[in-house]
Design a protein around this ligand. Structure first.
Ligand SMILES: Nc1ncnc2c1ncn2[C@@H]1O[C@H](COP(=O)(O)OP(=O)(O)OP(=O)(O)O)[C@@H](O)[C@H]1O
Length: 247
């Protein structure tokens, strides 16, 4: 069974079709990247999977369950998304404790105190952060909170939309290391949007290269070592990132 399966996915905003004929499968436990330049439709694919892009046709399945246009309650317990900007995605007047407790409350789950403390520990924040507000945290700490919130319901699949690109360079590596460790510890599957090919080399097993709403190539991350991309657009993207093909 695939963690994520997309078949013939078309996505439109009004009359503008921005994603066309996208099909790929992400295996359980895999870390899979969507790469391509700005505007190629990467984030839109994640949003459609998460139920945040209404105008799509084709098939989307997560952990073997086909999804309609309105994800049911159970969906949040299987699949969660982390956004690029941790400041924008956290409510300014809610404490970390409230942000982390809410998913449990919505789903009627107990042991909130213990679970909040456990997740703070898992993302490397000590207990003094529990009753702070977003403005009292650094960018990296906020993204740790956003990751903890996504993991509160113990999902198996995480959709990561440029999870480090809004952060200072010095903090990016810390968050990538955290995501890598969490995936190993919790057996997570990642589908990650990035325009940063070194991040793919560090974090991912395979990648789909997108250009103007279409997937032009699916390649193993090892293609980043030797530039063994088949499609001319992928090769250009690789060359633009400073890579040199050895073929
Ligand atoms: N809410 C929206 N309404 C209308 N058009 C949109 C909306 N969101 C995105 N688009 C358009 O859809 C296309 C794909 O955008 P998308 O954000 O998916 O690209 P991307 O590859 O993720 O790029 P970026 O890295 O800049 O986020 C772009 O042309 C964009 O302008």
């Amino acid at each position: 069974m695939s963690a994520i399966s997309l078949q013939g996915l078309d996505i439109s905003y009004g009359s503008a079709k921005v994603v066309e004929g996208v099909s790929f499968d992400v295996a359980e436990g895999e870390s899979f990247a969507l790469v391509g330049e700005s505007g190629s439709g990467k984030s839109t694919v994640l949003k459609a999977i998460a139920g945040l892009a209404p105008g799509w046709t084709g098939e989307i399945s997560v952990l073997g369950q086909p999804r309609g246009h309105r994800p049911g309650r159970g969906f949040a317990r299987r699949c969660q998304m982390v956004f690029q900007d941790p400041y924008g995605s956290l409510h300014p007047r809610k404490t970390v404790d409230t942000v982390l407790s809410e998913p449990l409350q919505v789903h009627g789950l107990g042991s909130r105190d213990a679970r909040v403390e456990e997740m703070l520990r898992a993302v490397g924040l000590d207990r003094r952060f529990r009753f702070r507000y977003p403005h009292q945290l650094s960018g990296g700490q906020r993204q740790r909170v956003a990751i903890a919130r996504a993991l509160m319901l113990e999902p198996k699949v995480m959709l990561l939309d440029e999870p480090t690109s809004a952060l200072d360079v010095s903090v990016q590596a810390e968050i990538l290391n955290l995501l890598k460790r969490l995936r190993a510890e919790q057996g997570l599957t990642y589908l990650m949007v990035t325009h940063n090919l070194p991040v793919v080399g560090f974090m991912c097993d395979r990648m789909a290269v997108m250009n103007r709403g279409r997937v032009v190539e699916i390649a193993p991350a090892t293609a980043l070592h030797d530039g063994s991309f088949a499609d001319p657009y992928s090769r250009a993207l690789y060359a633009a990132s400073g890579g040199t093909a050895h073929d």
